[in-house]
Design a protein around this ligand. Structure first.
Ligand code: SAH
Length: 251
């Protein structure tokens, strides 16, 4: 009898609201023997994989978490044993999610991997608040940037300020004071800015102001991770009370 060959589905679970999972993600979860789930992902998505064993593999910035190399080895080992593995990440797996590293590691080990894209928080979270990350009259584009780099160096904030694009800053809360100071020094202190924590979830909280005020506003509101800092004229389009489609309540 032929040995069963395992594989990995690298799945983006979307920005937070479990209803923002794609139909393809739901189908892949239903096929899984094992689910490796990141801590940004709402546990209710596991309802789509009642047959699977669940392994939490948190990777929160700064906190104690499962080392990346361990996660990669675990996926390879499980797939080699014939398991169908669903690796579930927040947002899109290839946007600051180390999905690229995992795909390379799986390819090097000869394991088949299918990528299921997800809605990245940098687009979905502002959208749910009524902020279009691009708008013909206001932003010629959007730049996704992380404040948290492997070598500890930050991006060139002055150069980013000059692009005229909306800036969507991931993992920026620990350095929000330095980031906004650099943007003020670059001359965009009066540009609208928002900080949105736990966007698209029941725990969502946000503050809206300008680049020069937003760090203080976020601190006063006690906002922390996971949050996005959004900078650009489009932030002025945010609707304070967005009539959202209510989340589906499980019975
Ligand atoms: N792959 C993910 C990003 C992972 S990096 C994606 O595509 O969205 C983790 C960072 O994403 C957090 O520090 C935060 O900046 C942002 N983030 C993820 N989910 C978020 C949410 N629901 N609300 C606000 N920011 C979020």
């Amino acid at each position: 009898m032929q040995k069963r060959v395992g594989k990995v589905y690298l799945i983006g679970a979307g920005p937070g609201d479990p209803e923002l999972l794609t139909l393809k993600a739901v189908r892949a979860l239903a096929l899984a023997d094992v689910v490796l789930i990141d801590d940004l992902v709402d546990r209710t998505v596991l309802a789509h994989a009642p047959q699977a064993r669940v392994v939490p593999v948190g990777k929160r910035g700064g906190c104690k978490s499962t080392p990346q190399a361990f996660i990669e080895k675990l996926m390879v080992r499980l797939a080699r044993r014939g398991a169908v593995v669903a690796r579930v990440k927040g947002g899109d797996p290839f946007v600051f999610g180390r999905g690229g590293e995992e795909v390379l590691a799986l390819a090097a080990a000869g394991i088949e991997c299918t990528v299921v894209p997800g809605i990245t928080s940098g687009v979905g979270v502002p959208a749910a608040l009524g902020i279009p990350v691009t708008h013909r009259d206001m932003a010629r584009g959007v730049t996704f940037v992380t404040a948290h780099t492997r070598d500890g160096s930050g991006p060139d904030w002055a150069a980013l300020a000059r692009t005229g694009t909306t800036l969507v800053i991931y993992m920026g809360m620990q350095r929000i004071v330095e980031i906004t100071a650099a943007l003020v020094a670059a001359g965009i202190g009066s540009t609208p800015a928002a900080v949105i924590e736990h966007g698209t979830t029941a725990a969502e909280r946000s503050v809206i102001g300008s680049v020069s005020t937003i760090a203080l506003q976020a601190a006063a509101a006690g906002l922390g991770s996971p949050a996005l800092i959004v900078v650009g004229d489009v932030v002025a389009l945010a609707r304070q009370a967005v009539p959202a489609l209510p989340q589906q309540r499980s019975a």
